[in-house]
Write a protein that binds this ligand. Structure first.
Ligand code: PMT
Length: 402
C-alpha cells in the first residue's frame, strides 16, 4: 500500500524521518512530499536515502517547459497513486490551508486532489495549538473525516510546556496502519434503529422546551454502523448536521413523534440505540397562538412525555436494546438503575457535567454498563471513536447472547 508522507516546516520535521522508516518497516511504500519550509529543517536527501524514492519538494521545479507541465500535474498523479496521505508535522499553516482549500504548493494541491484517507499529526507552539483559529480549523478537518493524531504534552523547543509536541512516530504509524486494515463488516445483516438529537416540545405557537443535544453522538453511531455493514434507520430530532448518506433518516420534532417513528420501525430492527435526549416533559395544552407577554409571573403545567425507552424495554423481544444515561452525578448507579428499570442490554453512561464532552461537543467519554461485565470506561475521544466502542461492545453482547 502506498502512503504519501507530507512533511511540514517545523522543528519536529526530523521525526518524520523516523515515521518514514517505521511505515516502511510495516510494509508501506512511502512517497515523501516536503514543503519549502520543511527543507529548512531537514534535507530532502535524508528522505530520499531512507525511502529509496524521489522526494517531491516543489510544484514548479523542472527546468524545461515540458518538464514544467509534467511537474504541474504531478500532484494529481501523486494523489491518485497513494492510498493514504499522512502529514507530520502538520503545522498551523498547513491545517489552515487544508481546512479552507488553499492550494499554493505541492502538498496543499495534492491534499485537494486526494480522495483517500487523511491522517494529520499536528505539531506547533502551545499558544498556536490553543488558538481559536487552529481549533476551528481542526474541527473542520475532523468533521471532514480526517484522523487527527493529537500532539503530546511536554516541553517544546520554544521553551513552553504544554500540548504541541508531535506525537511519537510509532503512534502516527499505528494510526496509518489502522486505517489500512480493511474495515470491519461485523454488523452485516443487522438493522440498527438509532435515535439522535433533542426533541422540541411546543409551549405555544413559537416557543418550545428542549435541550442542548446536537445529534453528533447519534449521527456518529449511525455512520459507524453503516460503515460496518448495517442497514440503519435514524430517527432524528431537530439538529443542524448534514444529512447522513446511505441510511433512512426520519425527522421528528417531539417525543410523541419520535415514539411513533420508533414503534413503526421496531419490527424490522435487530438493534436499537437510544442516543436521543428526549424531553421528559411537555405542555399537553400548548396554545396554537403566541402567548402574549404580561408583567405577571407565569407558571406552566407540564406533563411527562412518553418514555420511549421503557416502552421499547417491554416490547424488545430478543432485540438488543442500548439506552443512554446522561447524568451529572451518581453516574454508574443511575446507569444500573436504568439498565434494570428499562430492561436494556447495555446503558451508555454519559457524565454531562464536564466541559468538552457530552452535549454539543465533538468528543465524549462514557462508561458502558452491562449485566455481564464490570463497567467499561471508554476514555475521552472523538464521538466517532466512542461510537465504534459502543458498537464493539454491542456486538460482544450479541455473541454472548447467541
Ligand atoms: O447529541 P450530542 O450533542 O452529541 O450529545 C450526546 C448526548 C449527551 C445527548 C448523549 O450522549 C446522551 O447522553 N444521550 C441521552 C440523553 C438523555 O436524555 O439521557 P436520559 O438519562 O435523560 O435518558 C435516558 C434514556 O432514556 C436515553 O436513552 C433516552 O433516549 C431515553 N428516553 C428518555 C426520555 C424519554 N421520554 N424517552 C426516552 O426514550
Amino acid at each position: 500500500m502506498n502512503v504519501a508522507l507530507g512533511v511540514g516546516g517545523g522543528i519536529a520535521a526530523y521525526k518524520a524521518a523516523e515515521l518514514a522508516r517505521d511505515l516502511m518497516a510495516r510494509g508501506f511504500t512511502v512517497n515523501v512530499i516536503m514543503t519549502r519550509a520543511a527543507e529548512e529543517f531537514v534535507r530532502p536527501l535524508t528522505f530520499a536515502a531512507l525511502t529509496g524514492r524521489k522526494v517531491i519538494t516543489n510544484l514548479f521545479s523542472a527546468a524545461s517547459a515540458e518538464d514544467t507541465l509534467s511537474s504541474a500535474i504531478e500532484h494529481i498523479r501523486v494523489a491518485q497513486e497513494n492510498d493514504i496521505l499522512v502529514v507530520a508535522p502538520a503545522t498551523a499553516d498547513l491545517l489552515a490551508k487544508f481546512a479552507h482549500g488553499l492550494a499554493d504548493d505541492f502538498l496543499s494541491t495534492t491534499y485537494l486532489a486526494f480522495t483517500g484517507r487523511v491522517v494529520l499529526a499536528p505539531a506547533m507552539n502551545t499558544n498556536m495549538w490553543n488558538h481559536p483559529a487552529t481549533q476551528a480549523n481542526l474541527r473542520i478537518l475532523r468533521e471532514r473525516g480526517h484522523l487527527i493524531v493529537d500532539p503530546d504534552d511536554g516541553a517544546l523547543a520554544c521553551g513552553m510546556v504544554g500540548p504541541g509536541r508531535l506525537a511519537e512516530p510509532s503512534s502516527i504509524a499505528d494510526a496509518v496502519a489502522n486505517l489500512a486494515t480493511p474495515a470491519k463488516r461485523d454488523l452485516e445483516g443487522e438493522v440498527v434503529l438509532i435515535t439522535a438529537g433533542p426533541t422540541q416540545e411546543p409551549l405555544d405557537a413559537v416557543r418550545y422546551l428542549s435541550n442542548r443535544s446536537s445529534g453528533k453522538m447519534g449521527y456518529a453511531t449511525a455512520e459507524e454502523a453503516v460503515a460496518r455493514g448495517a442497514r440503519v434507520i435514524l430517527v432524528s430530532g431537530p439538529v443542524s448536521l448534514a444529512e447522513p448518506a446511505n441510511m433512512e433518516v426520519i425527522h421528528v420534532q417531539t417525543a410523541a413523534q419520535m415514539f411513533d417513528a420508533v414503534m413503526q420501525h421496531l419490527d424490522e430492527s435487530t438493534i436499537i440505540i437510544k442516543t436521543a435526549a428526549v424531553a421528559d416533559y411537555h405542555r399537553a395544552d400548548a396554545p396554537q397562538h403566541k402567548v402574549k407577554k404580561t408583567a405577571a409571573r407565569m407558571s406552566i403545567e407540564l406533563d411527562p412525555t412518553v418514555d420511549i425507552l421503557a416502552e421499547l424495554g417491554r416490547k424488545k423481544g430478543d432485540r438488543l436494546l442500548i439506552g443512554f444515561a446522561a447524568e451529572t452525578e451518581n453516574l454508574i448507579a443511575e446507569a444500573r438503575r436504568k439498565l434494570e428499570s428499562k430492561n436494556c442490554d447495555m446503558v451508555v453512561a454519559n457524565l454531562v457535567s464536564q466541559s468538552g464532552i457530552g452535549f454539543d461537543s465533538d468528543e465524549n467519554e462514557v462508561v458502558l454498563v452491562t449485566r455481564t461485565s464490570d463497567p467499561i470506561a471508554v476514555r475521552r475521544a472523538p464521538k466517532k471513536e466512542i461510537a465504534a466502542r459502543i458498537l464493539d461492545q454491542t456486538m460482544s453482547l450479541r455473541l454472548a447472547l447467541r
